[in-house]
Write a protein that binds this ligand. Structure first.
Ligand SMILES: [Zn+2]
Length: 408
């Protein structure tokens, strides 16, 4: 890691050796691609740049056409585009509101051996480093193609990548492996939890609060369901399943937001809350959801309907993303371990798009520059040393895909 307590020295070092990828990363960071904003400007810039190098990208868009994924292939020396490794990253970033930044988050700047800006760490640093390698990829006699896979809306529940993956399947594009460059300090991460976020709406009946027996109080039943979810979380914590390689070694669950009621003297007809659970890959998330639904529909709903025949409970999915559990036997795992000279089995609580690629049958692993602790915060940064390390990694990766290396 690059941390140094002597800024003057690190300044000099940074000035002496700016990473080649800095230009690309700065360009990417200058687009305000907070998830709620369209990312099309960034995607078109990348598409045009690739087109200038003779590579035609495929975009997959959301229904509005304002958000897009980009998939592009640098073909093998014989022109083949099947197989090979994908370098994957999300183009969206988290909001900056309410954070106190020392510089404009969308005007990236280098200070003290670090590049500051929203998304420098999570994860435009990796995307920029990968794109900056395009000339080297094209100058190498590749035995297998190398792909770029850029997504939108990862930060709001991996909403974009499934469209791109479905399109790859539809077009019959095969991949041998995928590296998702989320910030891991350039160390391989082989497993992460799944994410499951749901909205639950309870519908009751409003009356004046002096006449409560004639109403049906939606908040009170929501409270019971929320307590059930908490009890379930406690059960997962005490009874497992467990995997001690995770920082939080069991599956977790919680209620995160709630709305209900409209006046202090009215029985609330409606209550909505959002809950999430993060499952270890070994635990089927459908089993957890089924437990919650069973309690809602078998225990609570009959009671609600005795008070009000049209009472209802509705669950709707906000976001889900599968966990990742890479095998050590997978060629991509072995390759990344070899390139990073790192054999440690790291498993993390946060989700990534690697689980989505893995579920589609593409062996995947997470490895990228920066530290997750520097992400999502004010003054997000990536250390220039990390970018150098990422460039060196990608350079070796490209070499490993060459005809010469494959023959050896
Ligand atoms: Zn990320």
């Amino acid at each position: 890691m690059s941390e140094t307590n002597a800024p003057a020295v690190s300044d000099a070092r940074a000035a002496a050796a700016e990473p080649d990828s800095l230009l690309w990363i700065k360009k990417l960071v200058s687009f305000d691609t907070v998830s709620r904003n369209p990312n099309m400007g960034l995607i078109e810039t990348v598409r045009d740049e690739l087109r200038g190098a003779g590579i035609e990208a495929t975009l997959t868009t959301d229904p509005s056409g304002k958000w897009a994924n980009l998939f592009a292939t640098v073909p093998a020396h014989d022109g083949s585009t099947q197989g090979g490794i994908a370098l994957s990253g999300h183009t969206d970033v988290v909001p900056v509101e309410g954070q106190s930044w020392h510089s404009d988050p969308f005007q990236p700047s280098v200070r003290d051996g670090r590049l500051y800006g929203r998304g420098t760490c999570d994860m435009k640093g990796f995307i920029g480093a990968a794109l900056s390698m395009l000339p080297k990829m094209q100058a190498t006699r590749l035995a297998r193609p190398i792909h770029f896979a850029l997504s939108f809306d990862e930060e709001i529940g991996c909403a974009g990548a499934p469209l791109m993956i479905a399109d790859l399947i539809r077009r019959g594009v095969t991949l041998d492996g995928c590296i998702v460059g989320e910030p891991t300090g350039m160390r391989p991460v082989v497993a992460h939890k799944g994410i499951n976020v749901y909205d639950c709406h309870l519908r009751g009946f409003a009356t004046h609060s002096s006449l409560t027996p004639q109403g049906m109080n939606a908040i009170e039943y929501a409270a019971r369901l929320i307590c059930f979810i908490r009890d379930l979380a406690d059960e997962l914590r005490t009874q497992g399943p467990f995997d001690e390689l995770y920082d939080v070694p069991f599956s977790t669950a919680q209620t995160s937001t709630i709305q209900g009621g409209n006046a202090i003297n009215t029985v609330p007809a409606d209550c909505s809350f959002v809950f999430e659970f993060r499952n270890l890959p070994m635990l089927d998330p459908q089993v957890v959801l089924a437990r919650i639904e069973q309690y809602a529909f078998d225990s609570l709903l009959p009671k609600m309907q005795r008070e009000y025949a049209s009472a209802a409970i509705e669950f709707s999915k906000i976001a889900t993303a599968p966990g990742l559990d890479a095998t050590e036997q997978a060629a991509i795992t072995q390759l990344v371990r070899e390139l990073t000279q790192d054999q440690e089995k790291r498993k993390v609580a946060y989700g990534t798009e690697a689980g989505l690629f893995a579920r589609a049958g593409v062996p995947s692993i997470v490895c990228g520059p920066g530290n997750i602790e520097q992400a999502h915060k004010a003054n997000e940064y990536v250390a220039l040393d990390q970018l150098h390390a990422c460039e060196a990694f990608l350079s070796k990766l490209i070499q490993s895909q060459s005809v010469e290396a494959q023959r050896a």
